[in-house]
Design a protein around this ligand. Structure first.
Ligand SMILES: Cc1cc2nc3c(=O)[nH]c(=O)nc-3n(C[C@H](O)[C@H](O)[C@H](O)COP(=O)(O)OP(=O)(O)OC[C@H]3O[C@@H](n4cnc5c(N)ncnc54)[C@H](O)[C@@H]3O)c2cc1C
Ligand code: FES
Length: 337
């Protein structure tokens, strides 16, 4: 059976690409190597908004929060949610800096194993076919059995020839995907993985020392980044690792980062509890306050990787870019909607 494909033209740019009828415009454009603007890929951030010039689309999620009623009145659509029903023209500004470092593709994967990281975060491992390729810091979209829409999860491992994809996932009370994962724990269950996606990935040619700032399950991509630095002999950057947890129960085992093989002098960790008191090497307070305190006067010397829930990433990026005039080109972040 031949797959139905439609032609997507980008007005003014003189380029077009094919989009399968069951694919979204954003993901098809990224598969074709174009630098389309986006962030979350799940309908929440609005960064993939584009103007529909001609043709028709259907949205996987018509009520997605990334599109306001005003956007709809102005003829805007979310590239990450819309599928074309015929040839379509859109108006969007391409950014070569957003071109994917690895073209995303869909592949079936099988849930093979899981282990506890904290009381409500587990590492889940999926086996796929063929080598796994991504840049540390990126995420994949996973469609789990019976959970309609895909969910975004950041890889916590490294690219590998064995076909292994590992994720660190926090249980969200009442959440559809995480309830399926944590309650059923069905070894052998088949999911569809689509990726890699995301722009907050390790820039290995940036010689600056690295600051990683994670909140909650934002740990996942930063564990991958730390291991990615450890695996690259050419990278000698030092890493300052900051982790914001709610309580002592939310703190991961330090062995998680130690296995990256970085010498003690190349990485240090600061962990802060937003709802607990300081004890031992655990601090109290919000993590962005500790980053500010620790790096005062030298903020502009680092490259930053930030991941976690939007209130935490927003507080961190505001502190870096607005309060301390850190160049946004050196701040890479993923908001976990
Ligand atoms: C870039 C990115 C990376 C992430 N990485 C991680 C990670 O490494 N670890 C982790 O634990 N979490 C991560 N998350 C959060 C994760 O994707 C889920 O939001 C979270 O696990 C809750 O999912 P749930 O199904 O249990 O909850 P639910 O409340 O059932 O679902 C919430 C999610 O589903 C989407 N959604 C809800 N309804 C629809 C619909 N009708 N159509 C389409 N989408 C819908 C929402 O946008 C939201 O993302 C990441 C999120 C993003 C955006
Ligand atoms: S990338 Fe489409 S709404 Fe975030």
């Amino acid at each position: 059976m031949t797959e139905t494909r439609h032609k997507i033209t980008i007005e003014g740019a003189g380029v077009s690409f094919d989009c399968a009828a069951d694919d979204t415009i954003l993901r098809a454009g990224l598969r074709a190597g174009f630098g389309l603007p986006y962030d979350c890929n799940v309908g929440a951030c609005g960064n993939c908004r584009t103007k529909l010039v001609s043709g028709d689309v259907v949205s996987n999620w018509p009520d997605a929060p990334g599109l306001s009623p005003r956007d709809v009145r102005k003829g805007k659509i979310l590239g990450c949610q819309c599928r074309p029903t015929g040839d379509t023209t859109i108006d969007v500004r391409l950014d070569p800096g957003m071109a994917p470092p690895v073209p995303p593709r869909k592949t079936p994967v099988r849930l093979t194993s899981w282990k506890s990281i904290t009381h409500d975060m587990f590492q889940f491992d999926f086996q796929g076919e063929g080598p796994v390729d991504f840049v540390p810091g990126q995420y994949a979209l996973i469609t789990l059995p019976g959970v309609g829409a895909p969910r975004a999860y950041s890889m916590a491992n490294l690219p590998n020839a064995e076909g292994m994809w590992s994720f660190i996932i926090r249980r969200v009370p009442g959440g559809k995907a995480t309830s399926w994962l944590f309650d059923s724990k069905q070894a052998g269950a088949v999911a569809i993985l689509d990726g890699p996606y995301g722009n907050a990935y390790l820039r290995e040619d940036n010689p600056r020392d690295i600051v990683c700032i994670a909140g909650g399950s934002g740990l996942a991509p930063l564990v991958s980044i730390v291991h990615g630095v450890g695996a690259r002999a050419a990278m000698q950057n030092r890493i300052r690792f900051f982790y914001g947890a709610r309580t002592r129960d939310d703190v991961y085992d330090r062995g998680l980062l130690a296995s990256a093989g970085l010498s003690a002098g190349r990485i240090d960790q600061t962990i802060s509890l937003s709802e607990g008191s300081a004890s031992g090497d655990l601090r109290a307070g919000f993590i962005h306050e500790h980053v500010q305190q620790a790096l005062q006067g030298q903020m502009n010397e680092f490259v930053y990787y930030v991941a976690g829930p939007p209130p935490m990433t927003d507080a961190v990026t505001r502190m870096l870019v607005i309060d301390n005039q850190v160049d946004i080109a050196n701040v890479h972040y993923d908001r976990f909607f």
